[in-house]
Design a protein around this ligand. Sequence first.
Ligand SMILES: Nc1nc2c(ncn2[C@@H]2O[C@H](COP(=O)(O)OP(=O)(O)O)[C@@H](O)[C@H]2O)c(=O)[nH]1
Ligand SMILES: [Mg+2]
Ligand SMILES: [Zn+2]
Length: 294
Amino acid sequence: MAQGRIIRSISGFYDVDDGQKITRCRAKGSFRKKNITPLVGDEVIFAYQGMIEEVLPRRNRLIRPTVSNVDQAVIVFAAVHPEPNWLLMERFLVMVQQQGIRPVICLNKWDQVEEFGAAETVKMAQCYEQAGFRVIRTCTLTGQGVDELKQELAGKISVMAGPSGVGKSSLLNAAAPGFTQETGGLSEKIQRGKNTTRCAELLALPEIGGFVADTPGFTSLKLEGILTEDLEKFYPDFAQHSRECYFQGCSHVAEPECGVLAAVKNGKIAAARYEGYCAVWKELKEEESQEIVK
Ligand SMILES: Nc1nc2c(ncn2[C@@H]2O[C@H](COP(=O)(O)OP(=O)(O)O)[C@@H](O)[C@H]2O)c(=O)[nH]1
Ligand SMILES: [Mg+2]
Ligand SMILES: [Zn+2]
């Protein structure tokens, strides 16, 4: 019996990496009765004959893509093309933190900042840094920021998230010698049907250690299971200011004498960050009122 991690799942089989080699396994028949479905990322006890005997407790579970025990999500956006959707960034940040996963923001194609100006992207990079997030500015053409990205990936289980065409696969190829992830997006578009059903795969990072899952990317994201009153948990930069709110349970959206709004006015919280919060809050509120109608 040995312990390893599922790195791939293909039609009923699971490839388990124990650090030495990869063993193709089936799941024990009793799993089905117990409603256990092994996931990519799971730590398992397995027999070398090719049988998963036990799935060890999961730390967390990301839904898109479906990977468990994730340390961090690298959220990749392009500086200019495809045009960054900052509200989508807010949703990514909330979703990832809701699962207890650390977000790392990667703004790729930084060469486009010089080419096109992109004052908005430069401003947002600072805004997220000010909010306490790790922000890496990268360019796969010049190699800018690639070492920083490698440092973040080293020894951890990471998932690349973000829209398609922003350079996720290119970044992995730049960060890991030997990786040959397909880039350019075209074939991904053709295969989209296939890709959405296929599970993510964990790629072992040579030299630096750890695993990373590449994903085709998606451009929409619906937040589920979050209450408006819990939203500010995912805005750690608001915490010290919300203590100054006059009303207990202040939503920071409409109440008078709000500490968060005051911090926005005196520049301690970036206005764009606050606008993102309000937009997500309103979305969640709308859903809550629909729930009540049902
Ligand atoms: N200008 C520029 N283009 C890049 C950069 N990184 C990737 N690309 C290009 O962006 C396109 C999409 O890259 P890809 O890695 O397939 O994106 P993915 O869909 O997120 O995996 C490809 O044509 C890449 O050559 C970069 O840093 N700067
Ligand atoms: Mg890709
Ligand atoms: Zn408030």
